[in-house]
Design a protein around this ligand. Structure first.
Ligand code: CTP
Length: 211
C-alpha cells in the first residue's frame, strides 16, 4: 500500500534573497514517513526545505513552495493514504522579483500576498476514484485545541485530524502530544518524543487498513 506524506515548512520567495516561511523543522513529518515505511507502506515524502537528511527506504521529493508541494503530491498519487504534516505557508508574494528589492517602507506596505492552495483540502476533495482512502490532516493549535481541531476536520474534508497543542515548543521541538480525531472516536497520544508519536499514529493508520 502506498502513502504520501508532506513535511516541513514551505518557502515562498519574495526576491532572490528573501522569503516568507515558518519555524517547522520537519521532524514530525519525517518521523511519520519512517514509521509508515516500518509498517510496510511504500512511502513518498514530499518535503519543504529542512535540515534533515533524506530517509532511507522512502521516496524523497524536495520542494520549496506550496505550489510545488501540491504538484508533487498530485504526481505521487494514487495512494491509499495521504498525511499532511507540512506547515504550508498560507500566503505567498503575488510577484517574485528577479532582482533584490529595495524593501523600504513603501515597498513593505505594498507587498501584495495571494493565497496558496490548501493541499489537504484539495486532496480531501478529490473524486472518490482518485481520493486516497484515508486522508489525515494536522491541526496546530494554541488554545481550545480540541474544538478548533474538530471544526478543522470538517472544514478541510479530511477523515482524521491530529490535534497538536503547540502552546509549548511542539513546533521545532523534539516532543509532541496529540489527539487523533476520527469521525467516531478520539485517540489520545500522550506527550512523547516525535518518533514515538509517529510510531503510534502509523500503527493507527495500519490498523485502519487491517480491518
Ligand atoms: N495545509 C495544507 N495546505 C495549506 C495549509 C494547510 O495542506 N495551504 C494542511 C497542513 O499540512 C495541516 C492542516 O492543513 O495538515 C493545517 O491546517 P491550517 O488551516 O493551515 O491550520 P493552521 O495553520 O493551524 O491555521 P488556522 O488555524 O489559522 O486555520
Amino acid at each position: 500500500m502506498r502513502a504520501v506524506v508532506t513535511a516541513g515548512p514551505t518557502l515562498e520567495p519574495i526576491d532572490p534573497v528573501r522569503f516568507l516561511s515558518n519555524r517547522s523543522s520537519g521532524q514530525q513529518g519525517y518521523a511519520l514517513a519512517a514509521a509508515l515505511a516500518a509498517e510496510g507502506f511504500d512511502v513518498t515524502l514530499v518535503s519543504g526545505p529542512t535540515a534533515l537528511a533524506d530517509l532511507a527506504g522512502v521516496t524523497m521529493v524536495r520542494v520549496e513552495t506550496a505550489l510545488e508541494m501540491l504538484a508533487a503530491v498530485e504526481a505521487a498519487l494514487p495512494a491509499e493514504v495521504f498525511v499532511a504534516v507540512a506547515a504550508v505557508a498560507d500566503w505567498r508574494p503575488a510577484e517574485v522579483s528577479d532582482v533584490k528589492l529595495k524593501l523600504d517602507k513603501a515597498a513593505m506596505a505594498s507587498l501584495e500576498l495571494v493565497e496558496n492552495p490548501d493541499i489537504l483540502k484539495t486532496i480531501s476533495g478529490r473524486a472518490a476514484e482518485t481520493r486516497p482512502d484515508l486522508v489525515v490532516g494536522f491541526a496546530a493549535e494554541t488554545h481550545d485545541v480540541v474544538e478548533h481541531a474538530r471544526a478543522k476536520r470538517l472544514r478541510k474534508g479530511c477523515d482524521w485530524i491530529v490535534a497538536n497543542d503547540v502552546s509549548g515548543d511542539a513546533m521545532g521541538g523534539a516532543e509532541n502530544a496529540a489527539l487523533v480525531i476520527k469521525p467516531d472516536a478520539e485517540v489520545e497520544l500522550p506527550r512523547a518524543a516525535k518518533p514515538e508519536i509517529a510510531r503510534q499514529l502509523a500503527a493507527e493508520i495500519a490498523a485502519y487498513f487491517a480491518h
